[in-house]
Write a protein that binds this ligand. Structure first.
Ligand code: MF3
Ligand code: CO
Length: 248
């Protein structure tokens, strides 16, 4: 069942989203060779508590950290760790902020120092895929239009779209209906309605779209060891078009 959100609820989720966006802007300044994802995770923990918020991922289904930190061939749900980031790495920091019971979710991929042309292009294409998907998120369109916007663009650029993880409705809980596929056919699927709030979070791979799971039961990585990137926003559907609640 899809819970449509009121204007007031969207406003409150937007407050959580703004805090999350500000946190990402701080992370962008911290990311450089030598810092660890454990340090970034600790920064986020403190930043949120200083601003009266909590990291919703911590404790979610037994997950232990405020953030997910996925490096290079890790697709998502990487654990923060003590190994320093190196020049040329790419790293995705994903987090869900809970402010006064209302949630927002946004993941962002960062370049660590100077990266290869291929990595830079992957970051550009993945972010552009998210932007195209948001532009397709208008009342009257269908969810398939969102997936199609991502898949047609990404595959046209010679990259692939991960199938095993999806976007999702969000509100007072992280994962609500509907499921947002990042691939699909135009004019298929549910109609997009006013008051829907959901994430769009394409994970894009340089090589094959297929993923495998680490022994920790959380971290997904590419089967061919090639790079993966992700950009995610939480958006609200309104009569005036989609509002990006986590806009930086
Ligand atoms: N932010 C993630 C998402 O986009 C949620 C990760 S679940 C966690 O769905 F447990 F790993 F935190
Ligand atoms: Co997320």
């Amino acid at each position: 069942m899809i819970t449509l959100k009121s204007k007031r609820e969207i406003e409150l989720m937007g407050k959580a989203g703004q805090l999350l966006a500000d946190c990402h802007k701080q992370i962008a300044k911290l990311i450089k060779p030598g810092i660890t994802t454990y340090e970034i995770n600790s920064f986020v923990d403190k930043y949120l508590s200083k601003h009266g918020a909590t990291p919703e991922q911590k404790g979610y289904k037994g997950y232990e950290y405020a953030t997910c930190a996925s490096i290079n061939d890790e697709i998502c749900h990487g654990f923060p760790r003590h190994t320093p980031l190196k020049k040329g790495d790419i790293v995705t920091i994903d987090m869900v902020v809970n402010l006064n019971g209302f949630l927002a979710d946004s993941a962002w991929s960062y370049a660590v120092g100077e990266v290869s042309d291929e990595a830079a292009r992957l970051l550009h294409v993945t972010k552009e895929a998210l932007n195209r998907a948001i532009a397709a998120s208008v009342i009257g369109n269908r969810l398939g239009d969102i997936g199609h916007a991502i898949q047609s663009y990404v595959e046209g650029e010679g990259f692939s779209v991960v199938r095993d993880f999806t976007g999702h409705g969000i509100g007072k809980t992280i994962h609500e209906a509907p499921t947002i596929l990042h691939y699909g056919e135009p004019n298929k699927g549910l109609r997009i309605k006013e008051g829907m709030v959901f994430t769009i979070e394409p994970m894009v791979n340089v090589g094959s779209w297929e993923s495998k799971m680490d022994d920790n039961g959380w971290t997904a990585r590419t089967i061919d060891g090639k790079l993966s990137a992700q950009f995610e926003h939480t958006i609200a559907i309104t009569k005036d078009g989609p509002i990006i609640l986590t806009k930086q």
